[in-house]
Design a binder for this molecule. Structure first.
Ligand SMILES: [Zn+2]
Ligand SMILES: [Zn+2]
Length: 463
């Protein structure tokens, strides 16, 4: 088994990096070792907290909340607990209200016991209350433990709010390994998404001269490799392997802290995922776990990188193309609906699709095409291999498994890049005039259904 990351080396210090920046994070402690649950009071005491507000839901109460409370009790710590009654907690205004209602003055720490949803909710509330925040993770399901943002549902729309990073992320491998398999494979999907996200980052560096740090890139890349190497063990719920997955998720969060934004964790695969999520929300459909969508999005992006690598672009023709802004605007309005004004505003302020900016980028691409191709060859893993691995864990590999239609695949490829100003392969394809063609091809690829997907389908039928 591969060596574990020594995560603590990144904490409580300023790292003067070869990239010229100084990296640091406000996260002060990581404990994802065996017995972390029994060390919970010790961590709390070392930070000097005296009055703890514990928040969990009915599921995480059973998984770890109850046991955590026993530890606090035995250690003589003052605490009070809120167990949210929801079986499927939605992090919306109501949930925020419920946590605020129970909060008592004089509390000095909010301790969330849970993963994605509880983390977002409690991170947000603790930030609003100017209260330190600690998370005891119950599932390795996403990489937002250490991110600054908190995603909440406001007026039925998911919005990311400014919040803060926890002082500590704790997790007991024994508990993490017992999490629902769907959540574990979601965490894996979120990690696999880093493959394409890191290449997008390097493309942005090459073409747009965006800030890039090789040390952080390597740090994230290594943690993906450990996880991929141990995917079989993850499937077996091996505690050591699940621990490494959790470490990779936390490490990605640290990487985001180091850069100061989500660049090392989120690229085109995340944009596709966000697009699908938005559409599901607008249609009132049940949400799909973030990392599951990211995993499928990553496969779509790999497909596009694989095609791009074989391309011999006609740069002169690409520069002469006149974008049809009228039909672009119509498509944005049709697909983004209520969110369209924000999308149009963003474009107006950053002009990522202007002819001037496009042609400037095309000049750079033309000059560096060999380098770009080499980068793809070197860094993009085999989509087929990844599909096989994901399918063996029961992780979805085809949008159809998530109820995402070919139409929605196509629209996502064409429109996902509009959601924010972050340079990825989707912008490269738009610049080259290839985006619509690739959208068709990716949708057709998934419609035909890969071998692994058909394998999963028939396995389900015979089960
Ligand atoms: Zn650096
Ligand atoms: Zn993610």
């Amino acid at each position: 088994m591969a060596a574990s990351n020594n995560l603590s080396q990144y904490l409580e210090k300023e790292i003067h990096c070869s990239c010229g920046h100084t990296h640091s994070t406000n996260l002060r402690r990581i404990d994802i070792e065996e017995g972390a649950l029994s060390r919970l009071p010790q961590h709390i005491k070392e930070f000097g907290y005296k009055n703890i507000f514990v928040v969990c839901d009915v599921n995480t109460w059973e998984a770890a909340g109850k046991a955590a409370e026993r530890e606090l009790e035995a250690a003589g710590l003052d605490y009070y607990t809120l167990v949210l009654p929801d079986k499927e907690l939605v992090p919306d205004e109501q949930a925020v209200g419920k946590v605020m209602e129970v909060y008592q003055k004089g509390t000095d720490l909010l301790l969330a016991v849970g993963s994605g949803t509880l983390n977002d909710l409690c991170k947000f509330v603790s930030f609003q209350l100017n209260l330190d925040y600690m998370i005891f993770a119950t599932a390795p399901s996403m990489d937002g433990f250490v991110s600054v943002g908190a995603a909440l549902i406001h007026n039925h729309v998911k919005t990311t709010y400014q919040a803060h990073v926890p002082v500590a992320v704790l997790g007991d491998p024994e508990i993490l390994a017992k999490a629902p398999m769907e959540m574990i494979v979601a965490g894996l999907g979120d990690i696999l998404g880093k493959y394409t996200c890191l290449v997008d980052w390097k493309m942005a560096h090459l073409i747009e001269d965006e800030y890039y740090c090789e040390v952080i890139d390597k740090m994230v890349k290594e943690s993906i490799e450990i996880v991929v190497e141990e995917s079989d063990e993850i499937k077996q719920r091996n505690q050591e392997a699940v621990k490494h997955l959790m470490e990779a998720l936390v490490l990605t969060g640290v990487a985001m802290s180091f850069v100061g934004n989500s660049r090392p964790a989120s690229g085109s695969e995340h944009h596709l995922s966000h697009y699908w999520e938005m559409q599901f929300q607008m249609e009132g459909k049940k949400p799909i776990l973030h990392g599951i969508k990211v995993g499928v999005g990553m496969l779509a992006v790999i497909k596009m990188y694989e095609m791009l690598e074989k391309e011999a672009p006609d740069f002169a023709a690409a520069k002469k193309r006149r974008p049809d802004y009228g039909s672009w605007k119509k498509k944005v309005c049709d697909c983004y609906k209520d969110a369209a004004p924000g999308i149009l505003e963003l474009e107006e302020s950053c002009g990522k699709n202007s002819v001037e900016n496009r042609n400037r980028r095309l000049d750079v691409m033309e000059e560096k095409w060999t380098q770009i191709r080499e980068l793809i060859q070197k860094e993009i893993p085999s989509g087929k291999e990844l599909e096989k691995m994901m399918a063996s864990l029961g992780e979805p590999v085809n949008p159809q498994q998530l109820g995402i239609s070919p139409e929605l695949v196509k629209d996502a490829v064409i429109l996902a890049k509009e959601v924010r100003n972050r340079f990825t392969i989707l912008q490269v394809l738009w610049d080259l005039g290839l985006l619509e063609e690739y959208a068709e091809k990716v949708a057709a690829y998934f419609s035909a259904g890969q071998e692994t997907y058909r394998g999963q389908e028939s396995a389900q039928k015979t089960a």
